[in-house]
Each structure stands twice: as C-alpha cells, then as structure tokens.
Write a protein that binds this ligand. Structure first.
Ligand code: NCD
Length: 333
C-alpha cells in the first residue's frame, strides 16, 4: 500500500463514516458511533434473528446493489457472515479470491478498488493487515461507494465489537454494573479494541484486560481498561469472560511468550479458572479458537459458552449495518 501522505488535514475516520445528516455511509470504526446509533443497530440486528430451523430473515434493501468482499487476511466467520448478510438483503455478492487477485501481481490496493468501482460495485468489505487501509480506501472511492471495515490490523474490528455487545446484551441487561474480563493477547487484538469501545459507549462498569506482561496492551490502547497479569485476580466476580487467540501472525520475534502448557495453566479460560468468575458468567470467544491454549474445549462446548450465539449474531449485525448503509444509498438518489 502507498503510504497516506496528506497534503491537508485528513477528515477523521469517525467523521468520514457519517454523512451530514448523521447517517452511516461507511463503517470504519466504532469511535464516534454514539450510544443511540449503536443501540439502534443492535435493535435492528435483533429483528434479523429467527429461531433455529426457521428460515433466515430476508429483506430487499440491497436489491440491485453489489457488495464485494476483499479479505487480504484469513477469515472464516467474518467473511461468510458478510457474504450471507449481503445475499439475505438481496445484493449480488462478489467474493474476490485475493490469492489469485492482481494485488498479488503488485497491483496497488487503489487500482484494485478502482477496478471494482468500474464494475459498479456499491459496497466493499475490507480486511487488511495494515493499519489505516479502510479509511484510506474510503477517502478515495466515489461518493456513492461504501466501505466496511472487516478487520484492520490490530486497530479495530467494528462488526465484531457490535456482535459481541449484542450477545452480552442478550444475557445481561445491566451494563453499568457489569465486569467484562478479556483474556489473552490484548496487545495484538483488534477485537479487544472494538469490543471495549462498544462496551464503553454502552456505559460498562469495568473492563479487565488479562494477559502475560508481554501481551499486555500498550499504554492507552484501551482507555479505562484495568490491566491484570494474574488470571484469577482478573476473573474475580466477572460477569463476562472473553478469551482471545494469540495473534502469532502479528507478533514476529518477541521473547517471553510462555509455552503452550504454561500459557494454558496460567491464562487458559477453563472450568477451573471460571470458578473465580460469577457462577452465571458467560464465556465468549471471537474465533478461531485454539482449544487447549487460550480456552478449554469442554468449557467452549459447555452451558456457559455463548460462542456459537456470537456467530449467529454476526450475520444479524452485518445485515443491520448493510441495511442501514443501503438505506443511506437509497436516500441519496
Ligand atoms: C478475529 C479477527 O480476525 O480479528 N476473528 C474474527 O474476526 N472472528 C480474532 C482472531 O483472528 O483471533
């Protein structure tokens, strides 16, 4: 990617994603998404949930529109759910195979974007390992094209933040008196960033960030988060416990990451360590899970786990966001 070299002050990404009337035209970050808009998105998502065995909810908000998925990093859940969300709203969905795309041949990301624009793609869902890419693209596309951030380096993952707080809200109503413990590789996690942002917007009581010191957040990464390097202390009376994968792809050569057995013994979310949390605490994980490293398999499959519910909510939240963006598109015409 070419570095962003602004000649004039760039519009802040939080501002860039809303039009002059406060309507969502891109989703780049949860910063700047206030409590009422965030709550409206969660309420809309609830309306897209149907019971297991029933047909999934559908609408035609995106009929005639084209959504392209551009995932320049691995993905299972996020990509599949954006694909289904777009189709269930009536859009044509293009899943670009990035391994055989021309970016591999050295094409710049903007040339790839302009190529898709020329094919009348209306919305692009982007995952990339470099920070700043979704906003960079949003600044360069035509005004009617929308960009959705599906995971930006270790910076943010807004739809994951939304689906996480939707899942929490379905189990625990009182955000103000809630302690949420996030356990694992906080330093390299975009999920920790966006989920914390959404929790703060909803007025959460406490966010605890638990990890070995080498994976602790850099100063100021998560404002208001309480940092722990002892799992049992961090989990004490927690209402929500979220385990995170060690993001090896972002780590390179840093020393001091414990071996697997030592890591699981000290930081693994397990039936044993969950004894310190509240008995009615829920267990979350954004996936992909490494069973036996950051989470015990039996716990992940057990009654406290809401991990598959997170996946179900992921489709509903992405429908709610795409629906809103589709309505902004329609209002422009
Ligand atoms: C996460 C991601 O990509 O940031 N996964 C996801 O989107 N569900 C977490 C991870 O990769 O560990």
């Amino acid at each position: 990617m070419n570095p962003v070299e602004p000649t004039e002050p760039l519009e802040d990404e939080a501002t860039l994603q809303l039009d002059a009337n406060g309507n969502l035209c891109h989703l780049l970050t949860l910063k700047g998404i206030g409590k009422s808009l965030l709550t409206d998105i969660l309420d809309d998502a609830e309306n897209y949930l149907t019971r297991p065995g029933e047909l999934p909810a559908r609408s035609q908000t995106l009929a005639g529109r084209t959504v392209a998925n551009l995932f320049f990093e691995a993905s299972t859940r996020t990509r599949a759910s954006f694909d289904l969300a777009g189709r269930r709203l009536g859009a044509d969905v293009l899943n670009l195979d990035v391994n055989t795309s021309s970016r591999k041949k050295g094409e710049s990301i903007l040339d790839t974007i302009y190529t898709l624009e020329a094919m009348q793609v209306d919305a692009m869902v982007v995952r990339d390992a470099s920070a700043g890419v979704p906003a960079y693209i949003a600044r360069h596309v035509l005004p009617h094209v929308s960009i959705l951030n599906a995971g930006e380096s270790d910076v943010s993952h807004p739809t994951q933040g939304l689906l996480d707080v939707l899942t929490i809200r379905q189990h625990k109503a009182d955000f103000a008196n809630m302690a949420v413990a996030i356990v694992g590789d906080i330093r390299h996690s975009r999920v920790a960033m966006s989920t914390s942002q959404a929790l703060l917007t909803l007025g959460v009581g406490e966010i605890r960030l638990i990890s070995p010191p080498v994976l602790a957040p850099v100063d100021g990464k998560i404002p208001g988060g309480l940092v722990f390097d002892n799992l049992k202390e961090g989990l004490r009376d927690a209402d929500v416990v979220m385990a995170l994968r060690i993001q090896r792809e972002r780590i390179g050569n840093i020393d001091g990451i414990p071996g697997i057995d030592e890591y699981f013994a000290n930081f693994g979310v397990s039936r044993e360590s969950m004894k310190f949390a509240r008995p009615d605490a829920i267990v979350m994980h954004p996936g992909p899970m490494n069973r036996g490293i950051e989470i015990e398999g039996v716990l992940a499959d057990g009654p406290q786990s809401v991990i598959t519910q997170q996946v179900t909510n992921g489709v509903a939240v992405r429908m709610a966001v795409l629906d809103r963006i589709g309505k902004t598109m329609a209002a422009r015409q």
